[in-house]
Design a protein around this ligand. Structure first.
Ligand code: D41
Length: 670
C-alpha cells in the first residue's frame, strides 16, 4: 500500500512537471507543443488524482492557482531590500546628461559604458519571493519599503510561475521583481463586458490592472487577463550576477516572461535611437509602455554608482510623450452600432495625442456618462491607449463656467427613428431596418479580422447602403462593376480591386466567417471556439442550447444569443445568399475527434503494479474510445503489464495477446 502511494505520488509529481512545462510553453513562450485538448486532459487527470488523494496536494501544484478564500483586507509586506524608484526624463538632453553624470561619477569620461535598455511597462511593480523554488509571497511595491501582501492574487496570473523552472536545484531564496499589466486587447474586452453589465469601467489598462490585482476575492483576479514581465531581482541567495543582461537572461531561463524588446548598447546615441524605434512601435504592442528604462549593465558599476534619495544613480526612465491631453467637448452625439446599441460619443476640439489627432472619444454608455458627469462645453482629460478608441477619462470641473449643457440620451434612434429599449445600461434601437445598424454590420463583415475585404472602405459601404444597392452583407457578392462605377469617386481600377477582393474573400476560414456574421456576444475568440467545436455552419445552425453551453467558456447569454441569431428569417436569407454567392470555408478538420477514438474497438486488460490508479487507466482508455476488461481472453487486444504481473500475463502469452508495458501504453495515448 505504502509503495503504491509512493508510486501515485511520483506519478502526480511527473504530471505536475509536465503541466508546468506546457503552461510555460503556452503562456510564456506562446509556442505550445500540445493541443489545448491534450493540455486539458493532463490538467483534468491531475485534478481527479488530487481530489482522490487530497493529502498529496501541494501549494505549487498547477491546480492551486485559485483556491484561497476572499480576504477582508491585505496584510503588509516589508521588502527585504527596498524597491527603488526611477527618475524619469522626457528630453533627449536629459538622457545625454545622465550618460555624462554616470561617466563623471565613475571617472571614465572617455571609456565605454554598456547600457541595457528595457521597455518601461506601464503597469504595477511587484515582488515575488521564491523559497527553494516555490512561490511563497507576492507583494506590491507600495512605497518601496512596505507593500501589500497580495500573494493569493498574484498566484492566479498564468505567467507567474508557481515554481521555478530549472534542472539545477533551485536557489534557497530568490526575489523576482517585475511589472503586472493588462494587455490592451484584453482590457478592451473586459471594459466592454463591464459596460454591458452596467458596472464601472476602467479608464486605461493600468487602472484595470490595479483594480484587478487589489480584489479581495482571488476568483475575481483570476478572471482578469493579467500578465507579468520580470525585470530584476532582489535577494538571490547562492547566485552572483555580474550584469543586468545576465539577470534578464536568468529570469527568462527559469520561466519568467522577459520583454523581447530588451537591448544592449555601448553608446548613448544608440540608446536614443532605440527610444525612437520603440516609440514608433508603441501602437503595435498589445501592452502599454510609457517609455524605456536605461540601466548601466555592469552590476559592479551599479554598486559604485549607488543610490541617491531612493533612486539608483545607474538607471533612468526615458519617457514617451503622454497619451493624455486636455481638450474641450464641443458636442455629444450618438452613434448606432451594428447591434443597435446607442453609444454617446464626445465630439472634441481636435487635439494631437502621441502623434494622432483625436477629435472624438467614446463615453461608452449612459451610466458611464453620468458617472463621469460629462457635459457639452466641459474641459476633459482624453486618453488614447494602444489602438483603442480614445476615451474621456475625467472632467476638469474647476474649468466649468456654468454654460455647460447636460446631455440626455434620445428616446428614439437618431438614425431610423425607431423606438429604443433599455437593456441594463445599454440603450438599443430595435428598428429592424435601421440603416445605421446595417452599415455597421457590413463594415464589420468586411473588416480586417472578419472577411478582410480589402478596399471596401466605410465610404463605399455607406453609399451602397444609402443607395439601397445592398440590403445585407451577402449582397456585396452580387455587385457588378457597373454597380460600383455608379458610386462617387469610383474609377475602373478601384472598382476592379473591390471585385477582386470580394472574390478573394469568398474563400475563408470557418472562424472568420462566424465572426463576420456579427452575432451578438460572438467576438473573434468565441467565433474560433465555435469553429473548433462544430463541423460546419449547418451543424452550428442546428446546435441546441445544451450543445452550446457544453463548450467551456460559452455561457448562457452567448448561447441564447447564438440561438436567437439562427432563428431569425433574415439570418436564413443571409446564409442562403452567401452559399449561392459561393462563399466557402475550410471545414473543421476531424483530426481531433479521430485522435480521441484511437482506441476504438480495442480491449485492454491491466495487470501487475503500474504507477497510475486503475480507475485512471480505465478513464484514459475509455476517453480514447477503448474498453477495459478484467480478464484476458482471445478478444483482448492489449495486456498492459506492470511489475509482478501474474496469471493474467501468463494467460496473455498463451493466447498470443499483445503485451505492453506502462510506458508503451502511455505513448499510445500520448
Ligand atoms: O518596466 C518597468 N516598468 C520597469 C520598472 C523596468 N523595466 N525596470 C525598472 N527598474 C527599476 C530599478 C532600476 C529601480 C530596479 C522599473 C522600476 N525600477 C520601477 N518600477 C516601479 C518603480 C520603479
Amino acid at each position: 500500500m505504502e509503495e503504491e502511494k509512493e508510486a501515485v505520488k511520483q506519478y502526480i509529481e511527473d504530471l505536475r512537471k509536465k503541466i508546468h512545462y506546457h503552461n510555460y510553453r503556452y503562456y510564456v513562450l506562446d509556442e505550445p507543443e500540445i493541443s489545448d485538448a491534450e493540455y486539458d486532459r493532463l490538467f483534468k487527470e491531475l485534478e481527479e488524482l488530487e481530489s482522490k488523494y487530497p493529502e498529496l496536494i501541494t501549494p505549487d501544484s498547477p491546480t492551486q492557482r485559485v483556491g484561497a478564500k476572499p480576504l477582508t483586507e491585505f496584510g503588509t509586506y516589508e521588502h527585504s531590500i527596498p524597491m527603488l524608484s526611477l527618475n524619469s526624463v522626457s528630453d533627449v538632453s536629459d538622457v545625454r546628461d545622465f550618460d555624462e553624470r554616470v561617466r563623471k561619477f565613475l571617472g571614465i569620461e572617455g571609456g565605454k559604458i554598456e547600457y541595457v535598455v528595457e521597455p518601461k511597462i506601464d503597469g504595477l511593480a511587484m515582488e515575488l519571493v521564491y523559497e527553494n523554488g516555490v512561490l511563497s509571497v507576492g507583494s506590491t511595491r507600495g512605497d518601496g519599503t512596505t507593500g501589500e501582501d497580495i500573494t493569493q492574487n498574484l498566484r492566479t496570473i498564468k505567467t507567474i510561475p508557481l515554481r521555478i523552472f530549472s534542472d539545477a536545484p533551485p536557489l534557497p531564496l530568490l526575489e523576482v521583481r517585475g511589472e503586472v499589466f493588462m494587455p490592451v486587447s484584453k482590457f478592451k474586452e473586459l471594459n466592454d463586458a463591464l459596460g454591458a453589465r452596467g458596472e464601472k469601467m476602467f479608464a486605461n489598462p493600468r487602472n484595470a490592472a490595479a483594480g484587478s490585482v487589489r480584489q479581495l476575492d482571488p476568483k475575481v483576479t483570476a478572471s482578469r487577463p493579467l500578465d507579468f514581465f520580470a525585470y530584476g531581482v532582489g535577494r538571490a541567495e547562492g547566485k552572483e550576477f555580474s550584469t543586468q543582461w545576465e539577470v534578464l537572461n536568468y529570469l527568462r531561463n527559469i520561466g519568467f516572461k522577459v520583454s523581447p524588446l530588451i537591448r544592449r548598447f555601448e553608446h548613448i546615441k544608440d540608446v536614443i535611437e532605440y527610444h525612437e524605434e520603440v516609440k514608433a512601435k508603441r501602437d503595435e504592442l498589445d501592452y502599454e509602455i510609457d517609455g524605456i528604462v536605461v540601466k548601466v549593465n555592469s552590476i559592479e558599476l551599479q554598486e559604485r554608482l549607488g543610490t541617491i534619495s531612493r533612486s539608483p544613480r545607474w538607471a533612468i526612465a526615458y519617457k514617451f510623450p503622454a497619451r493624455e491631453e486636455f481638450t474641450r467637448v464641443k458636442d455629444i452625439v450618438v452613434q448606432v452600432g451594428r447591434t443597435g446599441a446607442l453609444t454617446p460619443v464626445a465630439v472634441l476640439e481636435p487635439v494631437p495625442i502621441a502623434g494622432v489627432t483625436v477629435s472624438r472619444a467614446t463615453l461608452h454608455n449612459e451610466d458611464e456618462l453620468r458617472r463621469k458627469d460629462v457635459r457639452i462645453g466641459d474641459t476633459v482629460v482624453v486618453e488614447r491607449a494602444g489602438d483603442v478608441i480614445p476615451e474621456v477619462v475625467s472632467v476638469i470641473k474647476s474649468k466649468r463656467t456654468g454654460a455647460e449643457k447636460e446631455f440626455k440620451m434620445p428616446d428614439r434612434c437618431p438614425v431610423c427613428g425607431a423606438e429604443v429599449i433599455k437593456e441594463g445600461p445599454i440603450v438599443r434601437c430595435i428598428g429592424v431596418s435601421c440603416v445605421a445598424q446595417l452599415k455597421e454590420r457590413i463594415k464589420h463583415f468586411a473588416s480586417l479580422r472578419a472577411l478582410n475585404i480589402e478596399g471596401l472602405g466605410e465610404k463605399v459601404i455607406e453609399q451602397l447602403v444609402d443607395r439601397k444597392m445592398v440590403s445585407d452583407a451577402a449582397d456585396l457578392f452580387f455587385l457588378t462593376k457597373r454597380d460600383l462605377l455608379k458610386l462617387d469617386r469610383m474609377g475602373d481600377k478601384s472598382a476592379q480591386n473591390i471585385l477582386d477582393a470580394l472574390e478573394k474573400s469568398k474563400h475563408t476560414t470557418f472562424a472568420r466567417l462566424i465572426h463576420a456574421l456579427g452575432i451578438r456576444h460572438v467576438g473573434e475568440h468565441t467565433a474560433s471556439l465555435l469553429a473548433d467545436n462544430f463541423r460546419d455552419l449547418e451543424s452550428l445552425r442546428n446546435a441546441s442550447y445544451e450543445d452550446l453551453v457544453s463548450i467551456p467558456e460559452i455561457g448562457p447569454e452567448v448561447a441564447k444569443s447564438i440561438l436567437l441569431f439562427f432563428e431569425q428569417e433574415s439570418t436564413k436569407e443571409l446564409l442562403d445568399k452567401l452559399e449561392r454567392a459561393g462563399v466557402s470555408y475550410e471545414k473543421k478538420e476531424v483530426a481531433e475527434e479521430e485522435e480521441r477514438k484511437i482506441l476504438e474497438g480495442k480491449t485492454f486488460v491491466f495487470t501487475g503494479r503500474i504507477s497510475m490508479p486503475r480507475e485512471e487507466a480505465k478513464r484514459i482508455v475509455e476517453q480514447f474510445g477503448g474498453r477495459v476488461a478484467s480478464s484476458v481472453s482471445k478478444r483482448t487486444d492489449y495486456v498492459v503489464a506492470g511489475e509482478e504481473a501474474g496469471s493474467k500475463l501468463e494467460r496473455a502469452r498463451k493466447l498470443g495477446v499483445k503485451v505492453i508495458n506502462e510506458e508503451e501504453f502511455r505513448t499510445m495515448v500520448r
